[in-house]
Design a protein around this ligand. Sequence first.
Ligand code: NAD
Ligand code: UD1
Length: 336
Amino acid sequence: MRVLVTGGTGFIGSETVIKLIENKYEVVIVDNLSNSKEAVLDRIETITGVRPTFYKVDCCDYEAFRGVFEKEKFEAVIHFAGLKAVGESVVKPIEYYANNLGSTSNLLLLMKEFGVKSIVFSSSATVYGIPKRVPLFEDDPVLSATNPYGETKVMIERILEDACAADKNLNAALLRYFNPIGAHPSGLLGEDPNGIPNNLMPYITQVAIGKRDHLRIWGNTYPTPDGTGVRDYIHVVDLAEGHVATLKKLVTNPGLVVYNLGTGKGTSVLEMVNAFEKATGVKIPYTIEEPRPGDVAANYANCDKAAKELGWKAKYDIFDACRDAYNFQQKNPNGI
Ligand code: NAD
Ligand code: UD1
């Protein structure tokens, strides 16, 4: 099976490309390299022995993107391409709507024209907004996210629902990722954020290698067991396997399907710091600060649906993820 992977040189995309190649899929990557590097292709080749076909194309550039569909033939698409920084999306909402919605509508128009009937979309737990209760189930309400980035995910989910309602042959999987962390066990691929990391794990790994002084924990008075925020951290390799399982589901012609991809387990910031110290032997100094605006106390998934319908379950724990993220950071102190 030939699969188009948009955003395939990014953090989650590159890991998924590896799993696809390991499972004998042929992969074509389209990425504009706005948040990733071409060197990722060398690393994928080192790990798998296969260099995926690559087009440096912006999915918002309809003609260039159409050129890829004219040259290549696909049976399915995994759509990772998108801008993803929550804070930046508040400052640059128009750029976020234009990029995330424009790339997706171009993709869907081209899939229609060229008869491609299966799409896996990278959605996010952010579509649940401020949860009324945890764990979150797939049929919990999706009303409004708390920032423009999240809104693009809500809107694209809606677009895919409408597209599937209009075309009974179209199959779309909305995968709601919880908090992806970790790295490829080789240390060759991992999360490579620009500037000061916003997310917890890359911040911790940068403290661990001495690039940052200490971790600032955003609040310890939440209604959680130790007062710090609780999240569902999933190893990126598990997440990648979730995409392979989803492709197998889509060939059964299910129409629109929705899955939470998480571990089903909540971990607090302090538990994560302790796990990191245990997994790596490196001490992480921290201070307690005021809560970060927009943060929720606890957010984790119920993942029974993916287990039942995809036969997929997260295998790695936070200790594995801490070890792998640290290994990647040590080997790539200045990124890829
Ligand atoms: P990433 O930034 O590492 O990867 C996204 C890739 O898309 C990058 O390589 C970037 O260059 C590319 N891209 C962006 N706009 C493009 C365009 N118009 N045309 C072509 N390529 C474009 O991000 P990631 O962490 O791998 O996330 C992948 C997807 O998963 C994103 O859609 C993101 O919103 C979603 N997601 C991520 C997280 C997370 O915490 N990482 C959580 C939930 C959902
Ligand atoms: C953030 C995004 C969310 C996105 C998710 C995964 C916001 C408001 N939300 O969520 O939309 O889907 O990333 O990429 O940005 N923490 C610290 N110190 C730090 C960094 C984080 O204490 O330096 C804490 C946070 O308060 C939170 C936890 O660590 O309790 C996880 O934070 P983070 O990695 O940013 O993920 P989310 O807040 O879940």
